[in-house]
Design a protein around this ligand. Structure first.
Ligand code: PEP
Length: 245
């Protein structure tokens, strides 16, 4: 199965209008014919990129509601108006720091798809869960919470496997560890839609950098990356985008 690669940048609560300009200029020099690049800056910076460029924009979260009295939240429609066509859903930092439940994440993913945004659903286990050999159990629960009752959303999703112990630690999963979990995810998703499980893009995230990305991208079920820290360095992020083709 031929899947075209996707590299997403998660700036988290970092960056600036100046960095948005720098990244736009750097990415403009790349020929990204078969690779989709998605930059997810803080929402206030979405309009500070020169678009249309050769990359797409995404939000880092969205409300499960369409509009209304939800102070501090941002809707799918507002993200789209600011230029986003993707949105990260269920990042582990939001699951932990903002207490986002599996149920809320399922509602957000549905809201994203029904509004025309492509969700990048993040799943992944903690270090303790891995040590207790619960990786597959945790990921199955996270996937089931979203797709068991709404399997039609799989076809419209991108999924990122992000082991929590690898995020921002400098300790990436090995290519073999990542591939094993990606293969499990694809196999698990087949129960919902066998064809969509083959075509869905599975990104790896967790301390991806210019040095370790090539070996990760060689794995059969790794279709790209969700990049945090290294996406704040335009030259390094460009190297990662080029390594996936
Ligand atoms: C992330 O936050 O999604 C991430 C993968 O971060 P980092 O690349 O810095 O580990």
């Amino acid at each position: 199965m031929q899947r075209t690669p996707l590299i997403a940048a998660n700036w988290k609560m970092n960056g600036s209008a100046a960095l948005a300009q720098q990244l736009t200029v750097t990415l403009a020099t790349l020929s990204l014919d078969t690779t989709t690049v998605v930059v997810c800056p803080p929402a206030t910076l979405l309009t500070r990129f020169n678009t249309p460029g050769n990359f797409a924009l995404g939000g880092q979260t969205l409300s499960h509601e369409s509009s209304g009295a939800y102070t501090g939240e941002i809707s799918a429609e507002l993200l789209q108006e600011a230029g986003a066509s993707y949105v990260i859903v269920g990042h582990s930092e939001r699951r932990m720091l903002n207490f986002e439940s599996d149920e809320l994440i399922a509602a957000k993913l549905k809201q994203a798809v029904s509004s025309g945004l492509t969700p990048i659903l993040c799943v992944g286990e903690s270090l303790q869960q891995r040590q207790q050999e619960k990786t597959q159990q945790v990921i199955a629960r996270q996937l089931d919470a979203v797709y068991a009752s709404q399997p039609e959303l799989l076809l419209k999703s991108v999924i990122a496997y992000e082991p929590i112990w690898a995020i921002g630690t400098g300790e990436s999963a090995t290519p073999q560890q990542a591939q094993a979990t990606h293969a499990f995810i694809r196999q698990h998703l087949a129960q919902y839609d066998a064809q969509a499980a083959e075509t869905v893009k599975l990104l790896y995230g967790g301390s991806v950098n210019a040095d370790n990305c090539a070996a990760l991208f060689q794995q059969a079920d790794i279709d790209g990356a969700l990049v945090g820290g290294a996406s704040l360095k335009p030259a390094e992020f460009a190297q990662i985008c080029l390594a996936v083709t």
